[in-house]
Write a protein that binds this ligand. Structure first.
Ligand SMILES: [Zn+2]
Length: 544
């Protein structure tokens, strides 16, 4: 039996003899005629013979067959045939195509069924009211706005999935998840049925589970109007209050926590980025979170960048020098940052403020907070501890006065206030800053017990460039403990600045132990509040 059955196309009928001889085989399977012999016989150049035959006919093998339809495989040239001897397919092209088409149809049917289930389960609802920014907590309000905004474009009806955004939603994936969790738990966004099928969790029988992947899904806003007008309404309500002087009171209180959350996320993103540039993969965990959270009480994001930059460089050197595992080298960066920060803070070192890395673009959430809400010229240098947020209209020009004037102001404030008597200067001859504290007797009138009195010392700290730290509070206590006749019951620390969180918790701890004197805190915000009720003092001291 010949190896090939030759089929010549109709229009090449005159070449059927050449085709038949080209594909003719001997009993051992070898070709009967050489191409050279055919070329001579048919008066054609040798190199053209195969090309002519390939155009005119195809040869179907009688031995090499498709495992499915059992038809012989098709060859166009001898080269085609010899090369296929090394790799013989099991099925013919037609069968493969048919199978592929069948699979695509099956997939389409399954997808259509899945989509129908999504449409039913996540049907767009018209009920409830569209959230308004001023009713939400700060993180939820900002996250919702950021979700609908991407690369200066606003989504009209549904959000772009977080994984498909042009600009990042937040600086890090873990913060993306945290905020998506927050707003979906609050029910202020719903999963839209147009979300890709991969956004949903499917059971083995291709039915819908309740879970979904938050960063893959698209969301829409609850409410009753058209989806586009819900988005418009929310963004309008957000624009009305986004600027710091328009904030609801609640947001003023929530800023420092929200700020630290974003700042921690910014620092994590930068650390991962810098280590990656040094070839070290790193996933921030709880320890990274704790180290950054503590450090950001003292330092701005730009200053943290300085610590991170150095730590990444040193960890890369450690990796190269000691040949430790990459993971160990990357983790050592956090230890370095922690140690550096503690050392810098304890020694009061001046820490440089690094600029943002242009290879690490700003997330939409950060952009909205830094630029639209706080209108910061340099977010990298901003720290809510150093520059307290105050309601617009209340802030006082503390830099107009020096520390001696600040002490006089406090003296007059206490002297004018009912319930304080015997207001005097308390001279510290040995005080390191030669500051003058104020002492007074505070009278309490109790309808049952009658009068009681407390001896109060007020220490003045006109500190505009640094916050009051726990060590400062401790030394203030030591300072007034020399007066034992009679001892002070209360120590008030009055500052035109802020207290670090560590100082605040130190004081809370001290007071809860019932230690004497108990400590009271008058920070900038409190003094501004007190002085706004006494406008003549603001005028007299030219504080506005
Ligand atoms: Zn076949």
């Amino acid at each position: 039996m010949p190896e090939f059955e030759v089929e010549v196309s109709e229009e090449y009928g005159h070449l059927d003899q050449l085709c038949a001889m080209y594909w003719a085989t001997n009993a051992d399977g070898s070709f009967t005629h050489t191409v050279k012999a055919l070329a001579d016989l048919f008066d054609q150049p040798s190199h053209k013979v195969s090309k002519i035959v390939a155009e005119a006919c195809f040869a179907r093998s009688t031995s090499q067959r498709c495992s499915e339809c059992d038809r012989g495989f098709i060859y166009r040239s001898r080269t085609n045939w010899t090369s296929s001897a090394r790799f013989t397919p099991t099925r013919c092209q037609a069968c493969i195509e048919t199978e592929r088409r069948r699979q695509a149809e099956r997939r389409e049917r399954v997808n259509a069924a899945m989509r129908a289930e999504v449409l039913e389960r996540h049907a767009v609802r018209a009920h409830g009211s569209t959230p308004r920014a001023e009713d939400l907590n700060m993180p939820a309000a900002f996250a919702l706005a950021a979700l609908f905004e991407d690369a200066e474009e606003f989504s009209r009806e549904t959000t772009v999935p977080v994984v498909d955004r042009t600009d990042r939603f937040t600086p890090t994936p873990d913060y993306d998840f945290k905020l998506l969790d927050l707003i979906t738990d609050l029910g202020i966004v719903q999963v839209h049925p147009s979300s890709s099928l991969e956004s949903f969790v499917w059971k083995d029988d291709a039915t819908l589970d309740d879970a979904y992947y938050p960063t893959l899904a698209s969301y829409y806003l609850p409410g009753t109007g058209a989806l586009s007008s819900r988005v418009e309404d929310y963004l309008k309500s957000f624009t009305q209050v986004v600027s710091r002087d328009k904030w609801p009171d609640r947001w003023v209180d929530q800023l420092s926590e929200f700020w630290v959350d974003i700042a921690v996320s910014e620092c994590k993103a930068y650390l991962v980025h810098m280590l990656q540039r040094h070839g070290l993969e790193f996933t921030p965990g709880q320890r990274t979170e704790d180290v950054f959270r503590r450090a950001l009480k003292w330092y701005s994001i730009g200053q943290m960048y300085y610590f991170i930059w150095r730590a990444a460089r040193d960890s890369a050197a450690y990796f190269a020098r000691e040949r430790v595992a990459a993971k160990q080298a990357a983790n050592s960066a956090v230890t370095r940052i922690s140690a550096d920060v503690e050392r810098a803070y304890a020694n009061g070192w001046q820490v440089s403020t690094y600029r943002r890395d242009s290879r690490l673009p700003l997330s939409t959430l950060s952009h909205i907070l830094f630029s639209r809400a706080l209108k910061l010229d340099d977010p990298m240098a901003y720290s809510p501890v150093d520059l307290p947020v105050r309601r617009a209209g209340l802030e006082l020009a503390w830099s107009n006065i020096d520390s001696t004037t600040f002490e006089r102001l406090i003296f007059q404030l206490v002297g004018e206030t009912e319930g304080y008597e015997n207001v005097e200067w308390l001279m510290h001859t040995n005080a390191p800053d030669h500051g003058r504290d104020v002492s007074a007797v505070r009278l309490r009138r109790d309808p049952l017990s009658g009068h009681s009195s407390q001896r109060v010392a007020i220490q003045c700290k006109h500190w505009l460039t640094r916050p009051v730290r726990d060590v400062d509070v401790n030394s203030a206590i030591v300072g007034i403990s020399h007066w034992q006749n009679p001892p002070f019951d209360v120590l008030v620390i009055a500052t035109s600045g802020r207290f670090t969180s560590d100082a605040v918790s130190w004081i809370e701890n001290h007071n809860s132990r019932g230690a004497r004197p108990s400590i009271e805190v008058w920070n900038d915000a409190r003094l501004e509040h007190l002085l706004n009720e006494r406008p003549h003092l603001i005028r007299a001291y030219e504080l506005r």
